[in-house]
Design a protein around this ligand. Structure first.
Ligand code: ADP
Length: 486
């Protein structure tokens, strides 16, 4: 990997302001999913290393919380600027360990950095209230205070932005953090730590614990009375485990979990725009995002036309190494992920599904690239309807009425993102209100932005990230009742 700034390719954990080995001396391999080559060996932290990081974050909290908001904001802005200055290198590290196309990685770095900029600005606006009192001699005031040390557990599909989306509001609020990145993509996290170091955060404010043993690190973090909040992005399965583990210490929890997004195309939609939106919403990161369109529903009158245009657009996507110019579909993250997708497609075929394009690995059995796939003749008995696919597979369902499609769209335990295309404004309002989802894209397949609240309902989790609401998850409201004012 040829970086302009080779300092960014570090391999150690970051604890108390120092890049450090694990106490055990252990390391684990980071693999390039495109070619299976080892990129580097990274520090494999255990329970004791995690405890040290928590202790450091706890000590640093006493200092950091007392910085003025302006002082915290200035350091956050330094971090933001460094991320933008090092955009090319950060994107290269990201694509190499994660596989996504370089253009997407650059987009992710900018998106991730935008949270740091936004929350640096928001840091100064943590206002309290004065409330008219309930008795003549009383005055009521509220202030907002940081919750304390935050444990952030983040996934591999957005190795950089899922860290900044949690950490920036936490730091702006005055919290300190212990980050546990995915074992599949620790290098992006370490690079962010290096830039945080350069930005001037005091030791212990940001800690990164890299580990191949997520279960142990998660258990230590959730059991620790010093950690006051866990913010997690990942699978619903692991989210439920963490939520249970947080019961004994009654921690605050924010969970951004899986999705099963409907993408509905009504008969009055602009079909070309709907096709472009569906491709964007489905195939980003080879279908590996929690807001990817999972089930596409097209109304009967335009079904054939939509499927034809959509399949054509899907076939045009360039497949290959994320590092090659023009690649749109890169490898999936690991063999297990490809096998899951293979099983989902096999299940659909067994139950009558038709493969219009794709439906297989791209090349030999060693590749992790799965061809972008379109399935028709699909029904609600299939895994493509029920499960989060997390891969480049688009089943297109046919529907007749608005009521029918709303029922199907909501027929899932998930409730993260949803999308629909249409023009009738009354129907737009009805459908947007009826969808049981935290986010609705209306005539757009791209909904993520720093300025809007990202989050789900039902088993997709709770808490909102980004926007003016994003800081609330890291703040406690304290109410002061002043008496004796006569
Ligand atoms: P994904 O399906 O995106 O891989 P996971 O939920 O498996 O989602 O992983 C998301 C993050 O959760 C990763 O950092 C992973 O290491 C971590 N993780 C996995 N299992 C556990 C666990 N039992 N406790 C704590 N963290 C875990």
């Amino acid at each position: 990997m040829h970086l302009t700034n080779s300092d960014l390719l570090k391999t150690q954990a970051y604890v108390n302001g120092t890049f450090t080995e694990a106490k055990s001396g252990a390391t684990f391999d980071v693999i390039n999913p495109y070619n299976g080559e080892q990129i580097s060996k990274v520090t494999d932290c255990g329970a004791a290393d995690t405890e040290s990081a928590i202790q450091a974050a706890s000590a640093a909290f006493k200092v950091w919380r007392n910085y003025t908001a302006g002082k915290r904001a200035r350091i956050l802005k330094n971090w933001y600027k460094l991320q933008i200055e090092n955009l090319e290198d950060l994107a290269l590290i990201l694509s190499t360990e994660q596989g996504k196309p370089l253009a997407e990685s650059k987009g992710e770095i900018k998106y991730g950095a935008s949270f740091v900029e936004w929350f640096a600005e928001e840091a100064r606006r943590i206002y309290g209230d004065t409330i008219p009192g309930h008795a003549a001699d009383k005055r009521i005031v509220t202030i907002k205070q940081p919750v304390g040390v935050v444990g952030a557990i983040t996934p591999w599909n957005f190795p950089s932005a899922m860290i900044t989306r949690k950490v920036a509001p936490a730091l702006a609020a005055g919290c300190t953090v212990v980050i546990k990145p995915s074992e599949l993509t620790p290098l992006s996290a370490i690079a962010l730590a290096e830039l945080a170091h350069q930005a001037g955060f005091p030791p212990g404010v940001i800690n990164v614990v890299t580990s191949s043993d997520a279960k142990t690190i998660g258990a230590v973090m959730t059991a620790s009375p010093l950690i006051r909040k866990i913010s997690f992005t990942g699978s619903t399965r692991v989210g439920k485990i963490l939520m249970k583990q947080c019961v004994d210490t009654v921690k605050k929890v924010s969970l951004e979990l899986g999705g099963n997004a409907p993408f509905i195309v009504f008969d009055d939609a602009d079909l070309d725009k709907a096709v472009a939106g569906a491709v964007a919403a489905k195939y980003r990161n080879a279908g590996q995002t929690c807001i990817c369109a999972n089930r596409i529903f097209a109304q009967a009158d335009i079904y054939e036309a939509f499927v034809e245009k959509f399949t054509k657009a899907v076939k045009e996507q360039k497949i290959g190494s994320g590092l090659e110019a023009g690649t749109v579909i890169g490898p999936m993250i690991e063999e297990k992920a490809v096998q899951f997708v293979e099983a989902v497609v096999a299940d659909a075929k067994e139950k009558g599904g038709q493969v219009l394009t794709g439906g297989r690995r791209h090349g030999d059995s060693a590749t992790l690239i799965y061809e972008p796939t379109v399935l028709t003749e699909v029904n609600r008995e299939m895994d493509v309807y029920k499960k989060e696919i997390f891969g480049p597979i688009a089943p297109v369902f046919k529907f007749e009425t608005e009521a029918e499609v709303i029922e199907m769209a909501n027929d899932t335990n998930y409730g993260l993102a949803s999308y629909f295309y249409g023009r009738d404004y009354a129907r737009i309002w009805r459908v947007a209100e009826a969808l049981e989802y935290g986010m609705v894209g209306i005539n757009t397949g791209m909904i993520s932005t720093t300025v809007a609240p990202f989050g789900g309902i039902k088993e997709s989790g709770f808490g909102r990230e980004g926007s003016k609401y994003g800081m609330d998850d890291y703040l406690e409201i304290k109410y002061m009742c002043w008496g004796g004012i006569e």
